[in-house]
Write a protein that binds this ligand. Sequence first.
Ligand SMILES: Cc1cc2nc3c(=O)[nH]c(=O)nc-3n(C[C@H](O)[C@H](O)[C@H](O)COP(=O)(O)OP(=O)(O)OC[C@H]3O[C@@H](n4cnc5c(N)ncnc54)[C@H](O)[C@@H]3O)c2cc1C
Length: 359
Amino acid sequence: MNIHKKDIIIIGCGCIGLSAGVILLKTGDYNVKIWAKDLPPNTTSNKAAALWYPFLSEPLDKVGRWSQETMDYFKKEIIPLGVEKTGTLTKKVYELYRTPRAQLPEWSPFVPSFRRMKKEEMLDGYIDGFTVEDGFVMDTDQYMDWLVESFKALGGSIDQREVVDIREPFIYADIVINCSGLGARELIGDRLVYPSRGQIIVVDNTRDISLMDEEDEYQLGYVIPRVHNSVLGGTNQQHNYNLEPSKKDTEEILDRVAKISPQFERKNLKILGEKVGLRPSRYSIRLENEFMQDGRKLLVHNYGHGGSGFTVSWGCALDTLKLVRKGADKLKTSNKSDVPWYSLLNKRRSSSSCSFVND
Ligand SMILES: Cc1cc2nc3c(=O)[nH]c(=O)nc-3n(C[C@H](O)[C@H](O)[C@H](O)COP(=O)(O)OP(=O)(O)OC[C@H]3O[C@@H](n4cnc5c(N)ncnc54)[C@H](O)[C@@H]3O)c2cc1C
């Protein structure tokens, strides 16, 4: 056991915070606690489809690398554990277009199994498309439960609490990781993060291949077969905070998926439910160090993953570990009594405590 373990607080218990927590704990160098306003199953992550495929997130070169690293991690550490445990299933992905694409996606050079679809693979009505043979899907509730269990099994702990002042977790730890997703808008005042509302329909039938019609990035049509059901989508409504499923969206999604293939016409589908989540969109995923309080505290940002949170989760978690190591080496020695706001926030300590394993 490393008796000099550093304490870390992660803000956020979605797929991003939990993946970062697992990677940090696996090193044996840190005590890790998650603070989160909402816990699974009430996070955006639980509302996702979720398919491994880079989508609606930037910058595309980094997204390509993080996506491939995530795929490698899934293949080595998660898929071998079995679908019953992790809710993760290997599935081919087809991204379909009705008009020719002049270019391959910018992220594609990072993914060796990416290729343009062959003519004989094309569905009626489509003339271009891409595929990733070894793609995979997650049944999000099952996968998120497994993530929580993995984090706890490694010694991590989770407190349900909202952070209203980013300085508060620094009372208890010199290193804080901000995985607050859309919450970063209020938590640190980052107005560059905004919601992209996604609505999905859960249906009972499962198919063999994930199909996505991405001709119009705001009027999406996709069918994602998971372990126990399939997900039909979707919407991409920017700056829309409505968390209630809309009847109009449901109707339009059903129309769009019926156009992908007659097998998805509504008479062939049994609707089990509808879900809405707000993707944490940003012009660029923010994964970087920020030093606070004259260099005595380290805030690592890991948020703004848009439509690819699951797809890049482990790649971003591995980079978070690198940032923590790099930042920790540069931290100046902390002297809590020097910190002017400490005494103010100290008042809260009596009512809301936080103890680490080493305390
Ligand atoms: C309909 C839909 C379909 C999607 N499909 C896919 C897909 O197929 N593949 C894919 O890769 N991605 C998909 N996504 C995107 C994916 O869901 C997100 O990118 C991902 O969930 C972001 O994870 P996160 O952990 O950053 O955010 P969240 O899951 O939102 O977690 C944020 C956490 O931070 C906490 N928090 C926020 N503010 C505070 C605060 N002030 N104090 C304490 N805690 C705070 C929250 O309570 C929560 O625990 C989809 C999204 C939607 C909506």
